[in-house]
Design a protein around this ligand. Structure first.
Ligand code: ANZ
Length: 798
C-alpha cells in the first residue's frame, strides 16, 4: 500500500490555504515575479484537460521562483462576461449571473483540488461591479481621448447569436463560438481606434520575448504595406479618384481600373448603357460576406462605361467594378496591372482586357517576381526597387500622388447587442453623447427578467425603459447606451487588477503597477494571438499615454501550451468520445500524478496525445519515490547515512539539470532526470535523507502534495513549498570523463573514455591501447596529432 494520495492532497491543500502560503506580498523588498495564466470562461461544462495543460507550467514556475527568493504573484480569476456564459444561460433558462456564479464555485473547487499555488485572496471576476467599474473607467479614458467612437459600419451580424462579432470572432464566415453563419449588414456601433496604435503595436513586438510565430501572427494581422496613393481623373467628368498601390513601378502596365462596387463614385460615373448592369452587380455583391469576396473563386465584374485618364501617358483606361476589390482597404479602388498581378491577370483574361509586360523575368505572365523595368518610359532599365523610388519621386513632384502606408488592421468593433456584458458609461443627449461622471461609476448592469437578444439587433437593455432614462446632474434628460461591451473588454486589463484587486479608489495603485508590472511569464493558448493578446497590448499603451502605467507592454514573456489530444491522437471532443476528464484522473491517479504526467508528456508548446499507460507509469514513479521514505507498511525507512561519492555527484547533477530545465521550461527532461536518480537510489539501496530531501524539493513544483508529505516525514523545516531551493556544488556536477571518438587519418577507428583534463600524451596513450586503433597503425607512431580535449583526437600517419 502506497501513501493515500486522496488524503494527502486534501491535507496539504488545507494547510496551504490556512497558512496563506502563496500570498503575494505587497510591500516586499524581494524581487518580484509575476506569473500569469489566461483566466478561464466559467462555462457550465467545467474545467477540462486543456485548462490543466495551461495552468500546470505557470504553477511549476511560480513554485520554483517562490523558493528561489522571489515574491511571486500567481493569481487566478474569471473572464465571466460574454457570449459563452450567456448562451449557456439562455439554453438552461437560468439567469447568467446565477449560472456564472455557480460555474465559478465549481471552477474554484476544481482548481484548488489540483494544488495550483494561486493567491486566492486576489481572485477577480470581470462580471462583478467592483471590477467592471474600472473597465468602464478605462473605457471613459478611451472615449475622452477620441479613441472610442460610434459609426455606421458593415458588421459581422450573426443571426443565430443575435449579435455582431469582431473580425477575430469570425472564422471562415462562421461564428467562432457555435459555428453559426455570419452575414455583413450596416449597423451603428462603438469602435475603438486601435488603428492609431498600429505602428507602435508593430514596432514594440521586437522587444518582447514571445514565440516568433505569435509575433508574426500579429505582424500579419496589423499588415503594414508601404506604397503610394495615386490620383486618376475620370474622363469627361470633373471627378477624380485615388488608388492605393504597393507597386508604383508598374504604373505603365496599368490597362484597366477597378472600383469596389460600394465605391461612392460608381453610380455617378456609370454610363446609362451600363447603369442597370452596375446596379445589379452592386446588389449581388451586398449579399456576399467579406470572406467569400476574398476567396479565390472565379472573378466577376462589370464595366462601368466610364474611363480614367492615365496620369502620365494620358491614355484612356476602362473603369470596372469587381468584388475582389474591397471598400475598406486602401481607397476602395485599384489600378490593375494584369501583367504582374495574378488577380488582375485572371480578370483581364476573363474579360479580354489588354495585358502588358513592364518587368523582365519569368517565362509567362503574370510575372509577380522581381525584375528590370521595360516598356516603362523613364523607368526602363531600372531595378524594381529603384523604379519604385523613382516613380514615387516623380508622382510627388508632379502632384499626381503621395507616399502612403496602409495597415490591414481595422478598428476594434466594441459593442454587442447582448445583455451579459459591461454597460457603456455613456448617455445620449439631444445634443450628442457624453460619458457619465466618474463618480457615477459603476453603471450597474440592471437585473432583468428578459435578457434574450432580439432579432432586430436592438439590445435587451433597451427594453428596460426605466433604466434607459437618465437625468443628468444639471437636469437634462438623456438615454443610456443600451449596447454592452464585448467579452474581450474585461480581459484587456485584468492583469492590472490582480496587482491591487481590492482598491476602491482606482483600478490599481501607481506603486503596485511600478512594482508588479510587466507580467514576467504569461501562459496561454496561441488562439488569442490577434484577439486578446493584441487588445491587451493596445489598452496598456493607451493607459501608458494616459500616464496611468509606467510600462507600455503588458507581457514580457509569453509561452503557449500545446493541446492535449485524446489517446487516438485526435482533438478531444464529446462527439468523438475521447475526452479525458481531469476530475476522473484526480480520483484514480491524483492531482500530483496528473500534473507530473502533463509535464512529462513532452515539450510544453507541442500537442501531445494522452496515454493511459503513461499516467500509470508516472504514478508508479511517484509511488517509488514515496517508498524510499515510507514503506508499504507505513514504516519510516529513510536513513541518515552518508552518500557514496557517486550518488552525491548524481544528486548534484540532478539538481542542476532540474534547475536548468525548469528555467527553460523543459519540464519533461527534468522529470526524466529525477527518474534516473530514483533508479540509482534503488539500485544502490540508498535511502539517505541527504539524497531524498533535495529530491523531494526538486520534485515539489511538479508533485507538490507528495513532496510536502515526504518533507514532513523527513523532518524538513516548515513547508516544502517554501523551503529554499537546494543548491548544487559546481565541482560535483562537472562531467569529468568523456567518451571520445578517435580517428586515424580522418577515419573513425574506435573510442576512448578519458578525463576532460587529459593531456595530448595521455590521450594518445589511451588510443594506442585500443586494439582497433593500434592495428590500423601497425606499430607506427603518429606523425602528427590533432587533439582538442573532449572533442577531437585525430592521429595522422604517412
Ligand atoms: C498595382 C499593383 C501591381 C498591385 C502589381 C500589386 C501588384 P497589400 O500588399 O496587401 O497591401 N489593392 C489595393 N487596395 C485594394 C483593395 N481595396 N482591395 C483589393 N486589392 C487592393 O496589397 C496592395 C495591393 O493590393 C495594391 O497594389 C493593389 O494592387 C491591391 F504588380 O496596385 B497593387
Amino acid at each position: 500500500m502506497s501513501l493515500n494520495f486522496t488524503e494527502i492532497e486534501a491535507k496539504w491543500q488545507k494547510k496551504w490555504d490556512e497558512s496563506k502560503a502563496f500570498k503575494a506580498e505587497d510591500n516586499s523588498q524581494k524581487p518580484k515575479y509575476y506569473a500569469l495564466d489566461m483566466f478561464p470562461y466559467p462555462s457550465g461544462s467545467g474545467l477540462h484537460i486543456g485548462h490543466m495543460a495551461s495552468y500546470t507550467p505557470g504553477d511549476i514556475i511560480s513554485r520554483y521562483k517562490r523558493v528561489n527568493g522571489f515574491n511571486v504573484l500567481h493569481p487566478m480569476g474569471y473572464d465571466a462576461f460574454g457570449l459563452p456564459a450567456e448562451q449557456y444561460a439562455i439554453q438552461t433558462g437560468i439567469h447568467p449571473a446565477l449560472t456564472t456564479r455557480k460555474a465559478i464555485e465549481s471552477f474554484r473547487k476544481t482548481l484548488q483540488s489540483f494544488g495550483f499555488s494561486f493567491d486566492w485572496s486576489r481572485e477577480i471576476s470581470t462580471c462583478e461591479p467592483e471590477y467592471y467599474k474600472w473597465t468602464q473607467f478605462i473605457f471613459l479614458k478611451l472615449y475622452e481621448r477620441g479613441l472610442a467612437y460610434q459609426k455606421e459600419v458593415p458588421v459581422n451580424w450573426c443571426p443565430a447569436l443575435k449579435t455582431v462579432l469582431a473580425n477575430d470572432e469570425v472564422i471562415d464566415g462562421k461564428s467562432e463560438r457555435g459555428g453559426h453563419p455570419v452575414i455583413r449588414v450596416p449597423m451603428k456601433q462603438w469602435m475603438l481606434k486601435i488603428t492609431d496604435y498600429a505602428e507602435r503595436l508593430l514596432n514594440d513586438l521586437d522587444k518582447l520575448d514571445w514565440p516568433e510565430r505569435t509575433k508574426e501572427g500579429q505582424r500579419n494581422w496589423i499588415g503594414k504595406s508601404e506604397g503610394a496613393r495615386v490620383t486618376f481623373k475620370v474622363d469627361g467628368h470633373g471627378d477624380s479618384f485615388e488608388v492605393f498601390t504597393t507597386r508604383p513601378d508598374t504604373l505603365f502596365g496599368v490597362t484597366f481600373m477597378v472600383m469596389a462596387p460600394e465605391h461612392p463614385l460608381v453610380k455617378k460615373i456609370a454610363s446609362s448603357a451600363q447603369a442597370k448592369a452596375v446596379e445589379e452587380y452592386i446588389f449581388a455583391t451586398s449579399k456576399k460576406s467579406e470572406v467569400d469576396r476574398k476567396a479565390t473563386t472565379e472573378k466577376t465584374g462589370v464595366f462601368t462605361g466610364a474611363h480614367a485618364v492615365h496620369p502620365i501617358t494620358g491614355e484612356k483606361i476602362q473603369i470596372w467594378i469587381a468584388d475582389y476589390v474591397l471598400m475598406d482597404y486602401g481607397t476602395g479602388a485599384i489600378m490593375a496591372v494584369p501583367g504582374h498581378d495574378a488577380r488582375d491577370f485572371e480578370f483581364a483574361t476573363k474579360f479580354q482586357i489588354q495585358i502588358k509586360r513592364v518587368l523582365e523575368g519569368g517565362d509567362t505572365l503574370p510575372f509577380e517576381g522581381e525584375g528590370t523595368l521595360i516598356n516603362s518610359d523613364f523607368l526602363n532599365g531600372l531595378s524594381q526597387k529603384d523604379a519604385i523610388k523613382q516613380m514615387l519621386s516623380h508622382l510627388e513632384a508632379k502632384k499626381l500622388g503621395v507616399r502612403e502606408v496602409q495597415y490591414k488592421l481595422r478598428d476594434w468593433l466594441f459593442s454587442r447587442q447582448r445583455y451579459w456584458g459591461e454597460p457603456f458609461p455613456i448617455v445620449q443627449f439631444a445634443d450628442g453623447s457624453r460619458g457619465v461622471p466618474v463618480n457615477e461609476l459603476p453603471v450597474i448592469l440592471p437585473e432583468v427578467a428578459d435578457y434574450e437578444p432580439a432579432d432586430t439587433g436592438e439590445a435587451p437593455l433597451a427594453r428596460n425603459t426605466d433604466w434607459v432614462r437618465y437625468i443628468s446632474a444639471d437636469g437634462k434628460e438623456g438615454r443610456r447606451e443600451t449596447d454592452t461591451m464585448p467579452g474581450a473588454a474585461g480581459s484587456s486589463w485584468y492583469f492590472l487588477r490582480y496587482i491591487d484587486p481590492h482598491n476602491s479608489e482606482a483600478p490599481f495603485s501607481p506603486e503596485a503597477e511600478k512594482y508588479w508590472m510587466p507580467v514576467d511569464l504569461y501562459v496561454g493558448g496561441p488562439e488569442h494571438t490577434v484577439g486578446h493578446l493584441l487588445y491587451s497590448r493596445f489598452w496598456m499603451k493607451v493607459l501608458f499615454d494616459c500616464g496611468l502605467v509606467t510600462h507600455d507592454e503588458p507581457f514580457k514573456k509569453l509561452a503557449h501550451q500545446g493541446m492535449i489530444l485524446g489517446p487516438d491522437g485526435e482533438k478531444m471532443s464529446k462527439s468523438r468520445g475521447n475526452v479525458i476528464s481531469p476530475e476522473d484522473i484526480a480520483k484514480t491517479h491524483g492531482a500530483d500524478a496528473m500534473r507530473t504526467f502533463i509535464s512529462f508528456m513532452g515539450p510544453v508548446d507541442k500537442d501531445k496525445p494522452w496515454a493511459p499507460t503513461g499516467i500509470d507509469g508516472v504514478k508508479r514513479f511517484l509511488d517509488r519515490v514515496s517508498r524510499l521514505v515510507v514503506n508499504d507498511e507505513g514504516q519510516y525507512v529513510a536513513t541518515k547515512d552518508a552518500l557514496t561519492e557517486d550518488i552525491q555527484k548524481l544528486v548534484h547533477k540532478t539538481i542542476k539539470k532540474v534547475t536548468d530545465d525548469i528555467e527553460s521550461m523543459g519540464f519533461n527532461t527534468a522529470i526524466s532526470a529525477m527518474m534516473i536518480l530514483v533508479n540509482e537510489l534503488y539500485k544502490t539501496e540508498c535511502r539517505s535523507e541527504l539524497a531524498l530531501k533535495p529530491l523531494v524539493q526538486i520534485l515539489a513544483p511538479f508533485a507538490p502534495h507528495l513532496a510536502e508529505e515526504l518533507w514532513e516525514k523527513m523532518g524538513g523545516e516548515g513547508l516544502c513549498s517554501l523551503a529554499p531551493w537546494p543548491k548544487y556544488d559546481s565541482n560535483l556536477v562537472a562531467d569529468d570523463t568523456v567518451t571520445m571518438g578517435v580517428q586515424v587519418n580522418g577515419k573513425m577507428r574506435g573510442t576512448i573514455e578519458i578525463a576532460l583534463t587529459a593531456s595530448e600524451q595521455e590521450a594518445v596513450a589511451a588510443a594506442l591501447a585500443v586494439s582497433t586503433i593500434s592495428s590500423v597503425l601497425a606499430g607506427k607512431n603518429p606523425d602528427k596529432v590533432i587533439y582538442k580535449a573532449g572533442r577531437i583526437l585525430n592521429l595522422i600517419v604517412k
